[in-house]
Design a protein around this ligand. Structure first.
Ligand SMILES: [Zn+2]
Length: 488
């Protein structure tokens, strides 16, 4: 209690003859302290500086730096030109510094239990730095693949500790999955324990779920982050629709297991490619949902290992039910079956009976389908990067199809598709009709899931209008050029 003062350092600076006292925590990083010195001397916070004592000797800037007094203040000297001429190098340096800061803070706060506050500070530091870099450099070096991330109005939240705030965040469709780094998927025991809490007792997720993680490939779209998103959306739908009261615990277990496993070992290229290219998977599964069959098979191969058998405590009859239920749900994620499954649900929804097994199975199929393609339910800043990931995967496929002389779907062709054209039809004709059907049963999803879909549709339609207008202008320009050429 009494050691508060020792947690702080006090340094005196000479700012144009005036003494400026600077106080900082001894847990601050050198980068933080530099920034503080810059601010104290009226410099922009990312200025490269050196610190000189009264004899002109350079003083290292770090939390253990030597004390001084009001009578021997340090002088802050900005370093200009020379080594940081290249803007890009500057940008990289800043990012590297932040990354270092992030990892050093992380290892420290891992021990100290104050990580949440610091991670949030790092995050806002990164945001501020990016904004500052952008404002200083206009757009000259931030083009193409160095685009700035969009401003986020989605609330951020601590994650490792799974505080009540995080649990609440995970329950919302607006959850921002991009705030989780890929290394954060390796869950600590603490997290595993906490993850169990909001769901129910039967959930026996052990650290060897890494078997699941390791069996997702590092694809642009169909990777573990996508699996995480789908599972989180499932969790939030269960919570939102109060399904734990309507379904049995085994049904909830099936929903969550299927979500976690639904894209295991996805090989990037979709069923159409598998079938057209006559791949091993297509041959093995006779062209019938080869990918979904494969995801299921990999899942149950993992569960068959004694270390990974999360169902070990179920009796054979219950296991059979879980296995069958999970397989049914994963197979339902084949979009080739979209019309069939949605039609079947539409026939049941007006007289839905939670005691009718066929009705419940059909609803579970629709739920996993909703979660699987739910990115556009999320706020724009969260959803939009997924479109880029998906297009990247599509383009990988269409490039390969072209190279192998196979048919190419227009929606995958980099020559034909744009973000708005890709999204508008999908939102209008696939997502909205499906979510509106689910809304008949669970009106509470309108505000948090259906409304964002409508807004996303409107936004992409606006974007398309802009695209069209730009194309029109381009077309006119080139026409004029040709006409001008002919006159000469
Ligand atoms: Zn999926």
């Amino acid at each position: 209690m009494g050691s508060a003062s020792s947690a702080y350092r006090m340094i005196y600076l000479d700012v144009d003859g005036r003494i400026q006292k600077v106080v900082f925590s001894r847990f601050c990083s050198p980068c933080d302290i530099k920034e503080l010195f810059c601010t104290a001397t009226g410099l922009s916070r990312n200025t490269t500086i050196s610190l000189l004592d009264s004899t002109g000797a350079m003083v290292s800037i770090d939390p253990t730096m030597p004390n001084n007094s009001e009578r021997s203040p340090y002088k802050v000297v900005p370093i200009t030109g020379g080594q940081l001429a290249d803007k890009e190098e500057l940008f990289q340096n800043v990012l590297t510094q932040v990354a270092e800061q992030f990892s050093s803070r992380w290892s420290y706060f891992r021990l100290e239990g104050m990580k949440v506050v610091e991670i949030e500070k790092c995050r806002s530091d990164i945001k501020k730095l990016r904004e500052e870099m952008a404002s200083r450099n206009n757009s000259s070096f931030l083009d193409d693949n160095k685009k700035l991330t969009p401003r986020r109005d989605v609330p951020s939240y601590p994650k490792y500790m799974l505080s009540q705030q995080t649990i609440d965040a995970l329950r919302k469709p607006a959850f921002d999955v991009w705030l989780w780094e890929s290394n954060e998927y390796h869950l600590s025991q603490e997290t595993v324990e906490a993850l169990r809490q909001p769901i129910f007792d039967v959930w026996q997720w052990e650290p060897n779920e890494l078997c699941i993680h390791d069996n997702y490939r590092n694809n642009p779209f169909h990777n573990f982050r996508h699996c995480f998103c789908v599972t989180q959306m499932m969790y939030s739908m269960i919570y939102l629709c109060n399904l734990q009261e309507k379904f049995t615990q085994v049904d909830i277990l099936i929903l969550m297991t299927a979500a976690v496993c639904h894209d295991l070992d996805h090989p990037v290229y979709n069923n159409t490619y598998q079938i057209n290219a006559r791949t091993e998977l297509a041959v093995r599964y006779n062209d019938i949902s080869p990918l979904e069959n494969h995801h299921c098979a990999v899942a149950f191969q993992i569960f068959s290992q004694p270390d990974c058998n999360i169902f070990a405590n179920f009796d054979p009859e219950a296991f059979k039910q879980i296995r069958q239920g999970t397989i049914t749900l994963i197979l339902a994620t084949d979009m080739a079956r979209h019309g069939e499954i949605l039609d079947s649900f539409k026939q049941k929804v007006d007289n839905f009976d939670f005691t009718n097994e066929e009705h419940v199975t059909c609803l579970k199929m629709v739920l996993i389908k909703c979660c699987d393609i739910s990115n556009e339910v999320r706020p724009m800043e969260v959803a939009e990067p997924w479109v880029d990931c998906l297009l990247e995967e599509y383009f990988m496929q269409s490039d390969r199809e072209k190279a192998e002389g196979l048919p190419v779907a227009p929606f995958m062709d980099r020559e034909k598709v744009t973000k708005p054209t890709a999204q508008i039809g999908f939102i209008k004709f696939v997502l909205i009709p499906m979510f509106e059907t689910v809304m008949k049963l669970f009106p509470q999803i309108e505000e948090v899931m259906v409304q964002p879909l409508r807004e996303s549709r409107d936004r992409y339609e606006e974007l398309k209008q802009i695209d069209d207008a730009m194309n029109e202008v381009q077309k006119k320009k080139s026409e004029n050029l040709t006409m001008g050429g002919k006159k000469k």
